[in-house]
Write a protein that binds this ligand. Structure first.
Ligand code: 5GP
Length: 204
């Protein structure tokens, strides 16, 4: 049997630019697939259902929880966000790596279920720059910007739960750093037991 694909968890304060990093990452490494989350928040300008998120009502989301269709879920700035289970199971069984872009709480929950998941925290170069990025993208009202900044401050205390930190100052450099992490993680002995076992069997 081939090795299971790995889960790559990326968290970052809202506005750090994780979407841009993930988009580039997926272009550069075709074995990585993006896990599209379900959310009750409204779509932003160019967001598409099924591509950026599955946009659902609160009722639909609560049904997904009851039917155990999510591997984790969380509430963020008055909306639900959750990771569909089936996609992750199907892809990892095929040896594909799946990237999850989720809150710190969601990340800790996934890590409990999948101890071999790789946890990467993406940092903004500064809190001033973060506020500038959230404000400049023109997608949030003032209340939401303030809530997101508040949440960014408290999320930073969880960085120690992550195995890696990458500062997103320069997009190309941040993408390369994440790729280096992924490539090194793929070489871990624990992920390559089948290769070793095959050699051991042949030797006998
Ligand atoms: P946004 O509204 O900016 O797209 O996302 C808000 C927050 O929800 C971000 O921190 C994002 O990483 C997180 N998020 C998106 N999808 C999920 C998910 O499926 N589960 C969890 N726990 N958080 C998510």
């Amino acid at each position: 049997m081939s090795q299971l694909g790995m889960l790559i968890i990326v968290s970052a304060p809202s506005g750090t630019g994780k979407n841009a990093v993930i988009k580039e990452l997926i272009k550069k490494d075709t074995n990585i697939f993006y896990s599209v989350s379900a959310t009750t928040r409204d779509p932003r300008n160019k967001e598409e259902n099924g591509v950026n998120y599955f946009f659902v009502s609160r009722d639909e989301f609560e049904k997904m929880i009851i039917n155990k269709q999510l591997i984790e879920w969380d509430e963020f700035v008055n909306n639900y966000y959750g990771t569909p289970k089936k996609f992750i199971e199907d892809m990892t069984k095929k040896g594909k790596d799946v990237i999850l872009e989720i809150t710190v709480e969601g990340a800790v929950n996934v890590k409990e279920m999948w101890p071999e998941a790789v946890m990467i925290y993406l940092l903004p170069p500064s809190m001033d720059e973060l506020k500038k990025r959230i404000t400049n993208r023109n997608t949030e009202c003032v209340d939401s910007i303030n809530e997101r900044m508040k949440s960014a401050g408290s999320e930073l205390h969880y960085v120690n739960d992550y195995e890696y930190v990458v500062v997103n100052d320069n997009l190309a450099y941040a993408v390369d750093q994440v790729l280096e992490i992924v490539h090194a993680e793929r070489l871990k002995t624990i992920r390559n037991k089948n290769i070793v076992n095959k050699l051991i069997r042949r030797k006998k």
